[in-house]
Design a protein around this ligand. Structure first.
Ligand code: FAD
Length: 503
């Protein structure tokens, strides 16, 4: 029997094991998963909803410990892999379990799925001898989320540092719970990696309308408070009193294990198209810790794609599956804010010397709407949909497939404009190849097939295809498709019977 050891029981590691079992139920391979977080795997993306108080922390399990036992997979939870002996093909597991002893696990195949750490900014006073100053928290793990939740119960004023997707979701969630929130961004605009200046201004206005204060152009230089946080000092000298500081300053792939074992790393663990380390064919890396063709990812869709590719290759090394990179679609999960970005749209169109570039924009600031399509050679290379994401399915599909855009580009932004293609926002308008659930790569065609196989509710579709089980922002589209299929099916008595938005 060969043995597989997976290091990291997060979104990528847990999905790999599930994918592998689905391909190889009568397997002749021992599988051990070592995760340094306690318990089983959970949906990290849903932490934003847990923080906002809209989802319970016990409702985000992906695989509880019993699942591993039931599938004959060994789970070593709450303990870290501390070293890799590549010559002997063994990993060392640190103490931390109830027995308190270190262990060595042999492997034939080793998969690193160690994810990322939250980056700690260089802020004076942030760290005490025992870790972060009480009142300060990062936002990456369930433990972080529990900590923030506890602090938020008594805090009146919060500062969130970092206005990327995570910072926005944390700030909106805390404001929704009644805290007085200031979102602080060192750079000049919100979501610098996704938005251009006008989109960022429009978003800032929408945040202000939701009661948040936004401060850009100056980061946090220091924190104040003896034993406990009582304020932050910004780079420009202003002091903001607060009793909670949430750090959302980006992530750094966890490569220390790989580096110490002599595996080639840059930002991530360097892997080839089979997600193998370029320095050792027995070691693979998947998820956020992997670097493929110079790219590391910070979204789940590529991580789950990695898991699919590696499961294919472990189940059948001759299958020929290869990883070729992932398209990136970012969606915000924050009540009252609709935002989706695709590809690279933030910089395009600012310098007007690129004659081959076509930029289509629509802006309705009073309604908080800003939309932008960036087109080169008739094909979409990026898009921002802020305040109105009705056409995101079609836009994403055009981007994913590199398809030629319709001559009337504005129909992609303003589906209800007189004369525009009325159907562009309707599920019927999506081609079968359009990806509906970005996280899991589920197409409209797969959902229609699930319906034909008997799925009659969004929950049924989720069980068969996994659509909606990632970040959850596709839930309305999936429900729309189920309604549409029911309405089109002469044997379905009433469309309302199939509605199940809890999916
Ligand atoms: C609050 C929040 C919201 C998010 N929302 C979205 C979203 O809407 N859409 C989206 O696409 N993405 C989102 N993401 C990002 C997404 O969650 C990540 O891309 C995904 O979790 C990466 O999966 P991973 O397995 O690579 O890493 P992780 O899920 O971080 O898992 C890595 C695991 O490995 C463990 N580990 C590391 N080193 C060791 C070791 N030496 N020994 C044992 N265990 C180890 C870690 O503790 C961790 O449990 C969000 C992230 C957060 C924090």
């Amino acid at each position: 029997m060969s043995s597989l050891v997976v290091v990291g029981n997060g979104m990528a590691g847990a999905r790999l094991v599930q994918e592998l079992l689905a391909r190889d139920p009568a397997r002749d391979r021992d599988i051990t998963v070592v995760g340094d977080e306690p318990g089983g795997a959970y949906n990290r993306m849903q932490l934003s909803n847990v923080l906002a108080g809209t989802t319970r922390s016990d409702a985000i399990d992906l695989a509880p410990p019993e699942w591993y036992a039931a599938h004959d997979v060994t789970l070593v939870a709450g303990r870290a892999v501390t070293g890799i002996d590549r010559a002997a093909r063994r990993v060392h597991v640190g103490t931390g379990g109830r027995d308190g002893t270190a262990a060595a696990l042999p492997y034939d195949d080793l998969v690193l799925a160690t994810g990322s750490d939250a980056v700690l900014p260089p802020v004076a006073g942030l760290l005490t001898g025992d870790g972060l100053l009480p009142g300060v928290a990062t936002f990456r793990t369930l433990a972080d989320c529990v900590r923030i939740d506890e602090l938020a119960r008594t805090a009146g004023r919060a500062v969130v540092l970092g206005a990327g997707v995570l910072g926005l979701e944390a700030a909106r969630g805390l404001a929704g719970r009644g805290l007085d929130v200031t979102l602080v961004q060192r750079g000049r605009r919100l979501m610098e990696r996704q938005l251009d200046a006008e989109a960022a201004r429009t978003l800032a206005r929408s945040l202000a309308a939701l009661g948040l204060t936004v401060s850009t152009g100056s980061g946090v230089a220091g924190v104040t408070g003896e034993d406990r946080l009582d304020g932050v000092v910004l780079g420009d000298g202003r002091r903001l009193p607060c009793d909670l500081l949430v750090l959302c300053c980006g992530v750094r792939p966890r490569v220390e294990l790989a580096t110490a074992a002599g595996l080639p790393t840059r930002r991530g663990v360097l892997v080839d198209d089979e997600l193998r380390s370029v320095g050792d064919p027995h070691v693979r890396a998947i998820g956020e810790c992997a670097e493929h063709e110079g790219t590391t990812y910070g979204l789940v869709a590529p991580c789950w794609e990695h898991a699919r590719v590696v499961a294919d290759l472990l189940a059948d090394p001759a299958c020929g599956t290869r990883y070729r990179g992932s398209a990136v679609v970012t969606r915000l999960k924050a009540a009252g804010l609709e935002l989706a970005t695709v590809g690279e749209a933030h910089a395009a169109g600012d310098a007007d010397d690129d004659a081959d570039l076509e930029v289509v924009r629509f802006s309705d600031t009073a309604r908080g709407v800003y939309q932008k399509l960036v087109v080169r050679d008739g094909r979409l290379t990026g898009a921002i949909l802020l305040g109105d994401t009705r056409t995101v399915g079609t836009v994403t599909q055009l981007y994913d497939r590199g398809a030629l855009l319709p001559p009337d580009r504005s129909a992609l932004l303003l589906p209800r404009r007189a004369g525009a293609t009325e159907a562009v926002e309707s599920p019927t308008a999506l081609p079968a190849t359009a990806t509906v659930c970005q996280c899991n790569g589920v197409t409209k065609g797969a959902i229609v097939s699930a319906w034909q196989d008997g799925a009659r509710t969004a929950a049924d579709v989720a069980a068969r295809t996994r659509a909606t089980t990632g970040c959850g922002t596709c839930r309305d589209t999936v429900c729309g498709l189920v309604e549409w299929l029911a309405a089109a099916d002469p044997d379905e008595p009433a469309p309302t019977r199939v509605l199940d938005r809890a999916g």
